[in-house]
Design a protein around this ligand. Structure first.
Ligand code: OXD
Ligand code: MN
Length: 588
């Protein structure tokens, strides 16, 4: 399929190491995909679902000990530890290669090695980067065919260029003790072993499009970010694009596919999804920041997805989707998960494949069960989704989950202050997760586990980008999660978040004013449209409360930011320490 010597030599080496019985090149054809689906069904790796109700859909179960990303076993192996920084796990590359080579040795005897050439972004886009993943998992192949642009056309685009990201994945024994997800940014390569879970093995996603790409972006002058991209269409047809970064469990996919509340829909407002997880951003010829979604599908969390919370995501999963670790409804050979509806199937198997009907109080789907669905099957996918030039960004939003500290929305004073706001992002743990409730986890730019180099250098790169973008987007912070004295969320969220997004775009356009405060520009309460929210308990007074700032809490938060800066260490840019000092001064 290619004469590219760098590709062929590298594959040769990996074949000698892993010793697969067979090597199969993935060409991207439907015929090959269908044959692999059939093979996976014959071995039990996939279960074919009801073709009438869920055409082209399959169910997969991972091993019980292999259900999520494992940050403790994820490494950034740069030449020096300083380059990886204090936040990443680091190991000397030579030592790590020796360890990995011992694990990979002969690991594919009796198995097939699949060669997946893939492109992050449309191959013809100036943003595009090419990778090749070698894997012994058909599940990985079929997921990569949804999540990336893969096959012969990618090799044709690569030609004899030796510049591609090398990825080697082996399921081996799914042994937790020897599980490794390792990045060698200086070698442009990724190694994954002993896992079959998506985030650890779909190497185009977190490993390439965030960790390796953030390293490349730092060297090449662009940004690789853990951000959704959405477009808001005004009744007059004008379109504006926003990117937003949120820590996990803050409703990112729901925001990316937001349904406008009825009063806005009637007027003709529409929201379009360009991406739900990752954005690559470059300075365009017009001096603005332009974004593409490098992915081709959604690897979304299933539980909680329903016709109310996210009808667009649900619709995207009704065809050509791979479900992982959800409930198998044996009544009609379909799938179910907690929060889909209130009727767990009576005749079903849980994510472990055990007989289950929900009567014993256990969950049927794993809380991190997933759907892998094609972006083009999402009803609100933007017509710019495949535009190689991307979309121009008006505003960047940083968000978090804060019960009391952050107001509903505020605007940063300028770019550097915005970078400070991103660096200070945090989420408070909820009762849904194990451990103490209300513990603040700092998650700068939602990139804590995804920056492929030193966090301090990553922040410095953001500061530097601000100097290079002639016409930068404005930077905002939002918090949908303020609670009342009884711990209930005050703001209704979901589609109603459009009201906040419209205030943000009003600020960008210069059509609404704001109040200067210690933390940034706050809305005048009358500038956020709350018409029709009476039933949700949102009055002007309640909104005023949502926009209030408790200076004592902010002073405490500043201390926590300082501690985090100290942990990142001496690569923390002086500009951010100055921002922190200025904030403290404004707080008094
Ligand atoms: C994801 C994550 O799976 O951020 O998108 O963990
Ligand atoms: Mn993510």
């Amino acid at each position: 399929m290619t004469k590219n010597k760098a590709v062929l030599d590298w594959i040769d080496e990996q074949v000698k190491l892993c010793k697969p019985d067979k090597v199969v090149w993935i060409d991207g054809s439907n015929e090959q995909r269908d044959a692999l689906r059939a093979e996976a069904c014959s071995t039990g790796e996939l279960i074919k679902l009801n073709e009438q109700k869920l055409p082209g859909c399959y169910l997969h179960r991972t091993a019980k000990n292999d259900v999520a990303r494992v940050e403790s076993r994820t490494f950034i192996c740069t030449e020096t530890q300083e380059e990886a920084g204090n936040i990443n796990n680091w190991c000397d590359p030579k030592e790590m290669h020796a360890k990995l080579n011992a694990l990979y040795k002969d690991c594919m005897v009796g198995r097939t090695m699949y060669v997946i050439p893939y492109s992050m972004c449309m191959p013809e886009s100036p943003f595009a980067k090419i990778g090749i993943e070698l894997t012994d998992s058909i599940y990985v192949v079929l997921n990569m065919l949804i999540m990336t642009r893969a096959g012969q056309k990618v090799l044709d685009t690569l030609g004899d260029n030796p510049d591609f990201v090398k990825g080697l994945h082996a399921k081996k024994d799914i042994d937790e003790e020897n599980r490794y997800i390792v990045h060698f940014p200086q070698e442009n390569s990724i190694c994954s072993v002993n896992s079959g879970y998506g985030g650890n093995v779909l190497l185009g996603k977190k490993c390439f499009a965030l960790r390796i790409a953030s390293y490349l972006a730092h060297n090449e002058g662009w940004l690789a970010e853990h951000m959704l991209i959405l477009g808001i269409e005004y009744p007059n047809g004008e379109l504006h694009y926003i990117t937003a970064a949120f820590p996990s469990a803050c409703g990112k996919t729901n925001l990316a596919m937001l349904i406008p509340p009825e009063i806005f829909a009637k007027q003709g407002y529409k929201v379009w999804c360009v991406g739900d997880d990752i954005a690559w951003l470059r300075i365009g010829p017009d001096g603005r920041l332009w974004a593409v979604n490098p992915e081709n599908g959604f690897f979304g969390v299933a539980p909680g997805t329903n016709v109310k919370s996210n009808p667009n995501a649900l619709a995207a999963t009704r065809r050509e989707t791979i479900f992982t670790n959800v409930v198998h409804n044996l009544e009609d050979n379909t799938v179910w998960w907690e929060g889909l509806d209130k009727n767990p199937p009576k005749n079903a198997e849980n994510w472990l494949g055990e007989k289950w009907d929900g009567s014993d109080g256990t969950k049927g789907a794993h809380p991190n069960s997933r759907f892998t669905a094609m972006a083009e099957n999402c009803p609100c996918i933007s017509k710019e989704f495949n535009n190689p030039a991307g979309v121009p960004i008006d505003a960047i939003i940083f968000g978090g989950r804060r019960a009391k500290t952050a107001p509903l929305v505020y605007q940063s004073f300028d770019w550097n202050h915005g970078v400070y706001v991103g660096s200070a992002m945090a989420s408070e743990t909820t009762a849904a997760a194990a451990g103490a409730v209300g513990v603040v986890r700092r998650d700068p730019m939602a990139m804590l586990p995804f920056v492929g180099y030193n966090m301090g250098d990553y922040w410095a790169h953001w500061i530097d980008m601000g100097k290079k973008i002639p016409n930068p987007p404005k930077i905002f912070n939002v918090n949908w999660f303020r609670t009342d004295d009884n711990g209930h969320f005050i703001w209704p969220g979901y589609g109603e978040n459009l009201r906040v997004l419209l205030w943000i775009l009003g600020r960008v356009a210069g059509t609404v004013g704001a109040v200067e405060s210690a933390i940034g520009y706050l809305p005048n309460p009358e500038d956020i449209n709350i018409e029709g929210l009476e039933d949700s308990g949102i009055t002007r007074d309640v909104l005023t409360g949502l926009l209030s700032v408790d200076k004592d809490l902010w002073k405490e938060d500043a201390d926590s930011v300082e501690q985090f800066y100290n942990k990142v260490g001496d690569h923390t840019p002086a500009e951010l320490r100055n921002q922190l000092a200025a904030l403290r001064k404004r707080l008094g």
